[in-house]
Design a protein around this ligand. Sequence first.
Ligand code: ADP
Ligand code: ASP
Ligand code: MG
Length: 477
Amino acid sequence: MKVMKFGGSSVGSAEAIARVLELVARQQQEGNSLALVCSAMSGVTDGLLRMLAAAVAGQPVQEELNQLQNRHYAVVRELLEVKRHNPALLSLKIYFNELEALFAGIQALGEVSARTSDRVLSYGELCSNVLMAHLVDQQCGRGVFADARQLIKTNAQYGKALVNPGLSRQLIRSFFLQHAGSIPVITGFIAATEGGDTTTLGRGGSDYTAALIGAAIEAEEIQIWTDVDGFMTADPRLVKKAFSLDQLSYNEAIELSYFGAKVIYPPTMLPAIDKGIPIRIKNTFNPACAGTLIGPTSGTGGSLIRGISSIAEISLLNVQGSGMVGQAGFSGRLFSALARKEVNVVLITQASSEHSITFAIRPQDVAPARQAIEGEFEFELLSGKLDAPQLQEGCSIVAAVGENMKQARGLAGKLFSALGRSGVNIIAIAQGSSELNISLVIRQEDLRKALNSVHDSLFLSPVKTLHVFCCGTGTIG
Ligand code: ADP
Ligand code: ASP
Ligand code: MG
């Protein structure tokens, strides 16, 4: 069994969906049993979020809702045979009526809870997958629509819920037993609490759904079909010379995606590691390209640094003071206080004098982080043992990742000299003792320059241009 996950751009239009159906039909003809997981059509989740904000502000959303509905209806009319129109249009109409009622409620209240927001966002995946199930049934085999809320159970942490793996595994397995011989078409991204409330797995979470399904049924491969040729050495939108990698280890993929490589959602690797299932990233629009295989080992050959990724918007907070020197438990108190406020710390550096700790967080976490520090260290701040935390905004993180980096000397030097040559100032540095990752904090305005210079020096320096001249007299062949 193979799990094929198709992202938003792969199901974003009738033309793209027609390609997907061809790919599915081909796999089917080759004798593979399949399960599909699809995202919402491209831009739909962002559109629903925009409509939520408008509804809270009491603005009308009907026009955008109609456009969304028409986008789905257009696919029905273009790709489904006439006798299948009614059931498909009816399912979609029910979803759009429910959405309309939800938006009317939000407009009346002028506010939306995280719980209702997840409910609204779920319609993106519900609509695209109900559509895909009808199309797969018409063209590829017995397609069965599966609402992942019946299969994946989570806690009530709306927006980014935590999965109950044991219960979900059991539900997924019994669904597959019940529907043996068909092609389940499963909604990515969405799940539900045990009580039945809709939750979501975090933005980009359809990849994770595919991995949860794959692990539960012990699939032979989890395929992530997207709009680029695989996992690339850097974000192709920022680095024009980025190229796709043949192979990456699970750990490298986790590090690169955690530090911003959007091509795969970081938790996706965990269920796959658990069962040792390979993940293959493929391009729906260029299926002949082999793509990237993510498995237990890193690829051999090429640079020891496998990729560079970046988080564009980061704020740095520096906490320092004489009261910190040699104080056992200070970092513990600091990071526990941050955790209680649900601040996600992206990177930490500490000077060996123990006089200062600097950590990187997302800009939206600055206010809760300050509150956490002021609450926890009220006495130290008042008595002057600790200075007021210093904030540096407008920073970015660049991370260079490679499993085999630890075997090599001089890589960090190469990285720093590339940045030095380009005039990029490094504000903070962190390297874990696993030596899988070197992370640097730089000014946001230097990001593109930094990525390109590091990429050129790490990946393109072995490529040398040679000029060959032939000279002489007479017949030079
Ligand atoms: P999907 O909708 O198929 O899930 P995403 O937009 O979530 O696709 O992820 C694919 C995008 O990730 C690519 O179009 C590319 O712009 C971006 N991306 C960022 N970093 C990388 C990288 N290192 N390799 C490949 N793509 C990357
Ligand atoms: N549709 C969701 C999003 O845009 C989930 C996904 O695409 O993976 O975040
Ligand atoms: Mg994605």
